[in-house]
Design a protein around this ligand. Structure first.
Ligand code: SF4
Length: 284
């Protein structure tokens, strides 16, 4: 990398806004000692897809999937629906009811939905949620089927477009070198109509055998590969990096050079995706 590129990447990391979803999360609170993700309402651990990288399926396999209900502080500023499973498996009307009940109970609160975008009905969801994060990990129908296990590419692209017209929409893409890196530009083009392209570094679970077979682990663990990809895609879409990761990178850059940051390897392997907050209640 030339000096000029290193300077550009430093500037990129210094100026990049936090993702809207990360605002109010302890992950971007410099003073939080053991930061946890902001509260979530888990609708169901079930999902209609079979994504090759899914941590929720691993949690289910190991009997660790959280039961439905609300997890975390009873004084929330933001609530995520849901961190596990696909919420719209229960139907869009039911999710809208949950959103309304959460607002009744907590008043001023931001509601973020994480979804695979295949089952939601944009007509019914409208602008009920403040942020809708739709997963898209492939840039073509063929690789979508290979990665997600079902043929919903066109439907998801259409729902990204329709939700972007109604509310703050982020496209969430897992960076998987060897699996989807050759299609990231195409994904970024699709995401350019949304407010954000949230580029998620991969967490690897050995039980995801198809991912293990295809992933270039060396590159998946390289922070340099990840940062340079985010920088490149930022010319196409409004790229965002997970807030807690960005905060740590900025800390690193206070002491070290950007060239050192690009050489850092992260341990991408996880053993068990565990819910870190306590169950509080459920609307059922
Ligand atoms: S990516 Fe990090 S900072 Fe953002 S919501 Fe998740 S835990 Fe919080």
């Amino acid at each position: 990398m030339t000096l000029i590129n290193a300077a550009k990447i430093r500037k990129f990391l210094e100026n990049l806004p936090y993702p809207a979803h990360c605002i109010h999360c302890q992950g971007i609170d410099e003073k939080a000692e053991n930061p946890v993700h902001h509260p979530s309402y888990e609708v169901t651990p079930s999902c209609n897809l079979r994504c090759i990288f899914c941590y929720s399926r691993i949690a289910e396999l190991k009997g660790a999937a959280p039961k439905p209900g609300y997890y975390g502080s009873l004084n929330p500023k933001a609530i995520t629906i849901s961190q596990y499973g696909e919420p719209f498996v229960v139907g869009t009307e039911r999710v809208v009811k949950i959103i309304r009940k959460l607002r009744e109970r907590f008043g001023e609160v931001r509601i973020d939905i994480q979804t695979n975008g295949t089952l939601l009905d944009p007509e019914i969801l409208g602008n009920e949620a403040d942020i809708v994060m739709i997963s898209l990990d492939a840039g073509s129908r063929e690789s979508y089927v290979e990665i997600a296990g079902r043929d919903y590419f066109k439907k998801v692209v259409e729902n990204i477009r329709r939700m972007s017209e109604q509310t703050y929409t982020a496209v969430r893409t897992v960076f998987m070198p060897g699996v989807n890196d050759y299609e990231l530009e195409r994904i970024a083009e699709i995401a350019s109509i949304a407010e954000e392209l949230f580029l998620q570094p991969i967490s690897i679970y050995r039980e995801n055998t198809e991912l293990m077979r295809r992933l270039d682990v060396e590159r998946a663990e390289s922070l340099g590969e990840y940062i340079k990809t985010a920088y490149r895609l930022s010319e196409i879409a409004e790229v965002r990096i997970p807030g807690c990761l960005l905060l740590n990178m900025r800390w690193f850059l206070k002491e070290y050079d950007v060239g050192d940051l690009l050489l850092v390897r992260r341990d991408a392997f996880g053993s068990m995706p565990i819910m870190q907050r306590d169950w509080q209640f459920s609307f059922d």
